[in-house]
Design a protein around this ligand. Structure first.
Ligand code: GLC
Length: 671
């Protein structure tokens, strides 16, 4: 029978394991165990037949890790339990980068922390840095050892030092925890290949093509170009192994409870190294079920609940971020719905918002975005979206067919338009992206490229057209204003704050040559970065309002060099970050309401915080657009007191209309 209290045998194990701890710490552990045991057990019971035994094993591992947890992290656990909304607050801001491309090594990352601080960064996601197989390794996502750091980046002690130094500056480190697969060179896979049946059961292996063929009929291909289908024949095993991603990334069998216990222990280990956010990579793929696409299965959420409960017992300061780049209806479950509300991940990527930002900029129309984003159910008030414009991955056009139909479009045609537009093939497109993983069967074409190149800075450069550069800058800042004004944890992709263009030499490195996602993973140009950020530290000046596109009568800004352009974008991003941090309306516990637009070219959102309302107005077109003054009262604002928080200026109405410049954002409040 399942118990809501930990049974005596579990408590005995805990007592024995915690014997070396001072009594106050043992009490802390036991209190947490009492609190989270039901979640742990319920999560496990939804997946495994012998849930209580597995829970017992996990608690023992948790208790051991607890005894090894450094003192400063015990204090962090306490502080986080007093401020559980630390990642939801408007003054939290994320930044994501490859450690080597950003700084070289882990110790160099610490030396660059000042740059991050000036931007207002409080959360740093360093791309995979645990020991991976030699290249090719999918940018580090083929992990060979979860308990070691990639030798050319540093050591485990270096990682511990880095987390401590960053924490000292108010920056939490986020690392990837690749849950779906390990490298073929990981010791579990090596042992399986040597004939160890215990480890063979860590993987899905098939003696012939019978089942793989049945699965392949319903499971989509993630990398149709360089890794078609989902299984790879392994000579040593004389079997087909499940490999959703590359042939060297072996999917692990989460149906095996030993796998669950291994990952729970890895979580404790990384948390004890000071990692505060674990990005649960490829989480959607964990559970396989015949006849389905083997994504988003209910067991995925039960497993996450059990892992989250285990972490809450051993290391509650460490939170989870789900990397589920899935359709909008499946997405919300990763933050918890129904009985899993508040019990799974704390953060999840708002893939829909990202896709619709690009869709709005290409079509200069907000109706599809409004419909799709309105349809998303609310998320638990203890969680937050990761809002972002670009990340290290390509952009897949996750436009739902029903949403498209609802606004008179056709899903596939709109997706094809976006691929044409962002690969620069559509007439007059401002974008310069590359097509990634064209799927000949479905017609899907994903897109690689940096924010600046996709937003028009590269084509403007080619043309030497200052007016086009003005527009590109405005689009870059508008996109940032949208993610900063949404009310989640916005994450800047390295270099976007400096408007870095595509890396034209991305394929010079042979190991990257077949993966054009490297086009948007350039090296950090420190000379430029230092110049623009030193001007800030030297003047101590706070950032100023965003530049506006003046329209055809006025002369465009002259960007005489890449540095002036970088400075303009950097200042704008910094300004948005500073403005946002002072707006309680943007706390992530409040939901964003997407309103029916008063103009098809202007996205409107409302955030009704008990302290006041924030009306977000985003003009995604290249023309001036009128906002009817009456709209302010309609959303509950006092029109006579309205200010745009971004510019700090009151809104000026002429004949009942307030005119908004092209590609600009207003965060209107009435205080
Ligand atoms: C995630 C990563 C992506 C990687 C994949 C496989 O989607 O973001 O870069 O290729 O997982 O690990």
């Amino acid at each position: 029978m399942m118990t809501s209290k930990p049974p005596v045998c579990v408590l005995d194990t805990v007592d024995a394991t915690l014997a070396p701890c001072p009594s106050y710490l043992s009490e802390v552990f036991t209190a947490r165990l009492d609190r989270w045991w039901p979640d742990l057990l319920a999560g496990l019971a939804a997946v495994y037949p012998d849930a209580e035994d597995i829970a017992h094993r996990v608690v023992k591992l948790a208790a051991l890790a607890f005894t090894e947890r450094p003192e400063d992290l015990h204090s962090l656990d306490l502080r986080r339990s007093l401020e559980p909304d630390w990642f939801q607050r408007p003054d939290s801001l994320g930044y994501a980068a490859y450690a080597d491309r950003f700084a070289g090594t882990l110790s160099e990352v610490a030396h660059k922390a000042n740059y991050l601080e000036l931007l207002g960064v409080t959360y740093l996601h360093l791309m995979p840095l645990l020991a991976s197989r030699a290249a090719p390794n999918d940018g580090g996502y083929a992990v060979a050892d979860y308990r070691a750091v990639q030798a050319d980046l540093g050591t485990l002690d270096g990682l511990r030092r880095l987390t401590r130094e960053l924490r000292g500056r108010g920056i939490s480190l986020c690392l990837d925890l690749v849950l779906n697969h390990v490298a073929r060179e990981h010791q579990w896979a090596e042992a399986a290949r040597r004939g160890d049946s215990h480890y063979r059961a860590y993987f899905y292996t098939f003696p012939d093509r019978d089942l793989p063929d049945v699965f392949d009929a319903t499971v989509p291909e993630v990398f149709p170009d360089f890794a078609p289908r989902n299984f790879t024949f392994d000579e040593a095993l004389q079997s087909w192994v499940w490999t959703t991603f590359h042939d060297y990334q072996w999917d692990v069998a989460w149906s095996n409870p030993d796998v669950f216990c291994e990952y729970a222990d890895i979580i404790f280990f990384l948390a004890n190294a000071g990692v505060e956010v674990l990005r649960l990579d490829a989480i959607a793929f964990l559970w396989k079920r015949l006849g389905t696409n083997c994504q988003n299965q209910p067991e995925v959420h039960a497993i996450t609940q059990a892992l989250r409960a285990a972490a809450r017992i051993a290391c509650p300061a460490t939170i989870f971020k789900a990397e589920a780049i899935v359709g909008p209806r499946d997405l919300v479950h990763y933050l918890g719905t129904a009985e899993r509300t508040g019990k799974v991940s704390d953060l999840a990527y708002h893939n829909s918002l990202m896709v619709h930002i690009w869709s709005m900029l290409a079509s200069r129309d907000v109706r599809l975005a409004t419909h799709a984003l309105k349809e998303l159910p609310p998320i638990p008030s203890t969680t937050a979206w990761i809002t972002y414009v670009r990340c290290h991955d390509d952009i897949g056009w996750a436009i739902n067919d029903d949403d498209a139909t609802a606004v008179g479009l056709t899903g596939w045609a709109h997706r094809a338009f976006l691929s044409d537009f962002y690969s620069g093939q559509f007439p007059d497109s401002f974008a310069r992206g590359l097509v990634f993983q064209e799927n000949k069967h479905t017609g899907d074409r994903r897109i690689s490229g940096t924010l600046a190149s996709l937003a028009g800075a590269e084509s403007a450069d080619e043309l030497g057209d200052d007016e086009a550069t003005d527009l590109a800058v405005a689009r870059i800042l508008l996109a940032h204003a949208m993610i900063f004004g949404w009310g989640g944890l916005p994450v800047i992709w390295m270099g976007d704050e400096l408007s870095l263009l595509n890396d034209f030499h991305w394929d010079d490195e042979i190991k990257h040559a077949d993966d054009n996602r490297w086009v948007h993973r350039p090296q950090m140009p420190w000379e430029t970065a230092t110049t623009v950020s030193q001007q800030v530290s030297a003047t101590g000046s706070d950032s100023q309002a965003l530049p506006t596109v003046k329209g055809s009568q006025a002369l465009p800004t002259v960007f005489d060099s890449r540095v002036t352009l970088a400075k303009c974008v950097y200042d704008g991003v910094r300004h948005l970050s500073a403005t946002r941090s002072a707006l309680p309306h943007l706390h992530a516990s409040i939901q964003t309401q997407v309103l029916e637009p008063s103009d098809p070219g202007v996205l409107q959102t409302l955030r009704a915080h008990p302290l006041g309302r924030l009306f977000g107005v985003y003009n995604v077109t290249d023309t001036w657009r009128p906002l009817p003054e009456a709209r302010l009262a309609k959303v509950g604002l006092d029109a006579s007191w309205c200010v745009d928080a971004i510019s700090g200026a009151p809104l000026v109405s002429g004949d009942g209309l307030i005119w908004q410049p092209p590609y600009s954002a207003w965060w209107i409040t009435s205080s």
